[in-house]
Design a protein around this ligand. Structure first.
Ligand code: ADP
Ligand code: MG
Length: 352
């Protein structure tokens, strides 16, 4: 899905590095008050006044973190920004700027990078963040993409992984498992395509989960909602590796245990039906699937009334004393210790 093979393509060497950077970034605009100087000098200049600066970075490698045979470049650009913004929102901060660094082999024409930057531009516009710099270089094979995101928060708004207390409620935004099941559908279609290149997959019944995989949205709305509801989470993390491993991070960093109730885990009907089709347990998918980019946080019990009934938020458990451990309370009532089954980039071929 890289490019239409018959379309005109432009070799990157034609433009030179400066021409390329200018071409890719000229249509970006600066909208944040705190951006003093964006692209065009040796370094960007920011003025984050009296707030705290949040900074996070991610490195994505072709063949390890993304597969261009079913990931259109525009989606890759968009998703790469989302992955970073999600980390900013998980600090209960507002995202303000990003930098983008790329390394590409000569396999990629200018038009491919235009697509990538179209996705990055859409993400910047939708989430109101400024592109303020980056770096451009060549690679021997494939594409590397590194994005850094910056954000702002008042000191007392910042939410760490370490603040959960016993009896706090465990809350998750949205629903889980969709991105993983979307990947299963895309992987299956890729195999079908290899056997029969003329096959036209009907992805319509799977549109929700395929979109969760190819075009995830970071939960910018959740810190905003919590502020409106006057709820300050005691701890927070974003779900990039699966619910189970994120819960274990909160427990470890906060020195608490947890009861997670299986029957409370929010699942979209498409996730349930695709799990039946693929004969995979939907709880396992929610626990270990990853890439959902929802927010997982804890709140004091006295804040329950403020979030009760909100369609964006589900209480899925509560924190306990650390000696209790982190457990899944199954539908049967059995307590099963949670294990980190989130993808580990060193021992599986799945994406992180
Ligand atoms: P330097 O030689 O100092 O590294 P560059 O020529 O690489 O400078 O970059 C010039 C300007 O363009 C800088 O503002 C830099 O941040 C920006 N820039 C370089 N590559 C990219 C990119 N891929 N995306 C966005 N901005 C970029
Ligand atoms: Mg440079």
């Amino acid at each position: 899905m890289l490019e239409d093979k018959d379309a005109e393509t432009t070799n990157l060497e034609k433009l030179g590095e400066f021409g390329l950077i200018d071409h890719l970034t000229k249509s970006f605009t600066i909208n944040q008050k705190s951006t003093v100087k964006g692209i065009g000098d040796d370094a960007a200049v920011l003025n984050h006044t009296n707030k705290k600066t949040v900074i996070t970075t991610d490195l994505l490698i072709e063949g390890v973190h993304f597969d261009l045979s079913y990931m259109p470049l525009k989606h890759l650009g968009y998703k790469a920004v989302m992955v970073n913004l999600s980390d900013v929102y998980a600090m209960n901060a507002t995202a303000t700027q990003i930098t983008v660094s790329i390394a590409v082999s000569n396999r990629f024409p200018l038009e491919a990078l235009e697509e990538l930057y179209a996705g990055i531009r859409l993400a910047c516009k939708t989430y109101n963040v400024d592109l303020i710099g980056g770096d451009t270089t060549s690679s021997k094979t494939g594409m590397l993409l590194s994005i850094t995101a910056l954000g702002l928060a008042k000191e007392d708004e910042l939410t760490y992984r370490s603040g959960a207390k016993p009896n706090d409620l465990l809350v998750v935004s949205g629903d889980l498992g969709g991105a993983y099941m979307g990947l299963q559908v895309l992987e299956r279609e890729k195999e079908v395509f290899k056997v029969n290149p003329n096959s036209q997959p009907d992805l319509e019944p799977y549109s929700y989960i395929v979109e969760r995989q190819l075009k995830p949205e970071a939960r910018k709305d959740i810190p905003e909602l919590l502020k409106k509801l006057k709820v300050k989470p005691t701890s927070m993390i974003d779900i990039s590796d699966g619910l189970s491993s994120e819960i274990l991070h909160l427990c470890k960093n906060s020195g608490v245990g947890c009861n997670l109730f299986e029957d409370k885990i929010p699942l979209d009907p498409t996730v349930i039906s695709s799990c039946e089709e693929f004969k995979i347990d939907s709880t396992l998918v929610a626990l270990s699937g990853g890439e959902d980019y929802e927010l997982l946080f804890t709140i004091d019990q006295t804040d329950f009334e403020k979030i009760k009934g909100n369609p964006n938020l589900t209480v899925i458990g509560h924190m306990t004393d650390t000696s209790h451990g982190a457990n899944l309370v199954a539908r049967s009532g059995a307590q099963i210790p949670l294990t980190a089954q989130g993808w580990n980039s060193f021992n599986t071929s799945e994406s992180e």
